[in-house]
Design a binder for this molecule. Structure first.
Ligand SMILES: Cc1cc2nc3c(=O)[nH]c(=O)nc-3n(C[C@H](O)[C@H](O)[C@H](O)COP(=O)(O)OP(=O)(O)OC[C@H]3O[C@@H](n4cnc5c(N)ncnc54)[C@H](O)[C@@H]3O)c2cc1C
Ligand code: SF4
Ligand code: SF4
Length: 477
């Protein structure tokens, strides 16, 4: 192979063999060795207009850390990564790598393995770093929800010297990221990220539910200067069909969360997961692992091509012994006191519309029954607004989580903000915007300028090391 040709071939990521990995929750993907990471990073063209950086919701300077890894400078690459990405240890395992979709090498072969290089930077470089708060402002801010949006907002606000309390209804932090199965992300990764927050004036108050134990307004009355509602989408959506409330019809999010928490979960021998997104894929793979020998089926109303699940996740799932049934929409769960099966409507694709998208429509008179003893519903989640006053104006849009007005996420009540995101990194981007808005709001009230973002490693910290001849990405704000 010539040098030019080798540029278009990605260095393969070693992975566990499908027959072995389905027996337990061992991590499926391994990391690059130093040498493999350097070779992969050397494929990067170091574009002057890096579309990869622009595509990242938090505009992570991936071009920068790739350049450092290419030169074997792993410590500097880890430092650069963590400088703007406080959940990088989590993201290097689970990010849907929007950067790679935009990488210019995608059009010429295979995009640079940006997420895996991030992982190599953190694993082979020194990632045991500590963030520093700036001079205390003596102003308290409350965040409701310890998911990625809440944690990112806390990072931004603590860096600026605010005192932050995160209220969380669960007994553990992480939000939906805590439901991500351990074969994709071992459970301690988020805690490794949070270790770097140890210098902050940050308190986690777990087991406290907004709407039950307190409200956003009561927190303002207690003296918090602002409240950020980052409660995500924690309640399962159901299709509204007969039989969906039978025992052994489980919501996917609770099922995955319970498995991760080590709570006992009993499944039958014939399991049907309804849904076609990433959560459905996680549910079938998890069911396969905790019910050896069970027949596990994923049924989705569209085809593989329209499935919202990522290509990488589907490709990893296919050799794990799962049956995929496409173009099936649930009509009814059969059974009286226990699940006996699911009746599905057969669907077909219609002709593409003007945008090229193909809708689905029922095939008249055609149904399919899948016999089963367990059903896992994975058709979506939405926020639970029980106990939140309507005056807040919180609404669940089609995104699933409540959000304030587009400009600054402020709700109808002054000082209360709300936002969330459809992936970990999108939620983090929302957390940053909310924190910027909260700081601007408090600055306005106090008649002071908004706080410029301080260096996360503290005043006087050395500037980030970059590769020789490096200039800041044009897309960086
Ligand atoms: C199974 C699964 C797998 C996923 N895999 C990936 C992946 O691989 N990559 C990726 O990028 N994204 C993934 N996601 C999506 C990602 O986890 C979410 O987009 C992200 O966590 C949203 O962050 P958030 O902070 O907006 O909300 P959440 O993560 O939902 O956090 C909200 C928090 O608020 C708490 N809360 C809710 N109501 C209250 C209340 N009344 N009082 C107090 N606390 C409350 C919740 O318990 C939760 O901890 C996955 C999601 C699931 C469910
Ligand atoms: S955080 Fe995600 S989208 Fe951003 S550079 Fe890393 S892998 Fe890419
Ligand atoms: S788009 Fe980014 S990762 Fe891809 S070649 Fe250019 S700089 Fe490298």
């Amino acid at each position: 192979m010539t040098d030019a040709e080798s540029r278009y071939e990605r260095i393969e990521i070693p992975e566990e063999h499908p027959e072995d990995r389905v027996n337990d929750f061992r991590e499926v993907l391994h990391s690059y060795t130093r040498e493999e990471a350097m070779l992969e990073a050397q494929r990067c063209l170091q574009c002057a207009l890096p579309f990869c950086v622009e595509a990242c919701p938090i505009t992570q300077d991936c071009r920068g850390y790739i350049g450092l890894v290419a030169h074997g400078q792993f410590d500097a690459a880890a430092r650069l990564t963590l400088r703007e990405n406080p959940l990088a240890t989590t993201l290097c395992k689970v990010c849907y790598h929007y950067c790679e979709d935009a990488c210019i090498m995608r059009g010429r072969g295979v995009p640079i393995a940006i997420r895996h290089i991030k992982r190599a930077a953190l694993e082979h470089g020194n990632s045991n770093l500590e963030y520093r708060h700036s001079a205390p402002k003596h102003e308290r801010i409350a965040i409701i929800g310890a998911g990625p949006a809440g944690i990112m907002a806390a990072w931004e606000l603590c860096l600026r010297g605010y005192s932050v309390t995160i209220f969380e209804k669960q007994s553990a932090v992480g939000g939906q990221a805590g439901a991500i199965p351990h074969y994709r992300m071992p459970h301690h990764e988020l805690l490794i990220d949070l270790q770097r927050f140890r210098d902050f004036d940050l308190t986690f108050s777990e087991g406290k539910t907004a709407g039950v134990d307190y409200t956003p307004e009561s927190l303002l009355a207690e003296g918090y200067r602002a409240v950020f509602v980052a409660i995500g989408a924690s309640k399962a959506s159901y299709p509204g069909i007969p039989g969906e409330n039978l025992p052994c019809v489980l919501p996917a999010l609770d099922f995955l969360y319970d498995v991760n928490q080590g709570r006992p979960v009993v499944l039958g021998k014939r399991i049907v997961v309804i849904g076609g997104g990433d959560v459905a894929v996680d549910a079938v793979r998890t069911a396969r692992r905790i019910s050896p020998g069970a027949e596990v089926t994923m049924a989705y109303r569209r085809t593989r091509g329209e499935s919202p699940a990522g290509e990488e996740e589907l490709r990893e799932t296919e050799p794990e012994g799962i049956a995929f049934r496409w173009l099936l929409s649930p009509l009814k769960v059969l059974g009286t006191d226990r699940v006996e099966g699911v009746v599905f409507q057969e669907m077909e694709l219609s002709a593409p519309d003007a945008s090229g998208r193909r809708a689905v429509r029922p095939v008249e008179g055609r149904t399919v029954t899948l016999g089963c003893d367990t059903v896992i519903m994975a058709i979506g989640e939405k926020a639970d607004l029980t106990g939140f006053r309507p005056e807040l104006g919180l609404k669940i849009g089609n995104k699933g989580w409540p959000e304030g007005r587009p400009a600054d996420y402020m709700t109808a009540v002054e000082g209360i903000f709300a936002a969330g995101g459809r992936s970990v990194v999108h939620a983090m981007a929302a957390g940053t915007r909310a924190a910027d808005a909260i700081d601007a709001y408090l600055a306005r009230k106090a008649g002071r300028p908004a706080t410029p973002k301080p260096d996360p490693y503290g005043e006087g910290a050395s500037p980030p090391q970059v590769p020789d001849g490096y200039s800041s990405p044009v897309w960086k704000p």
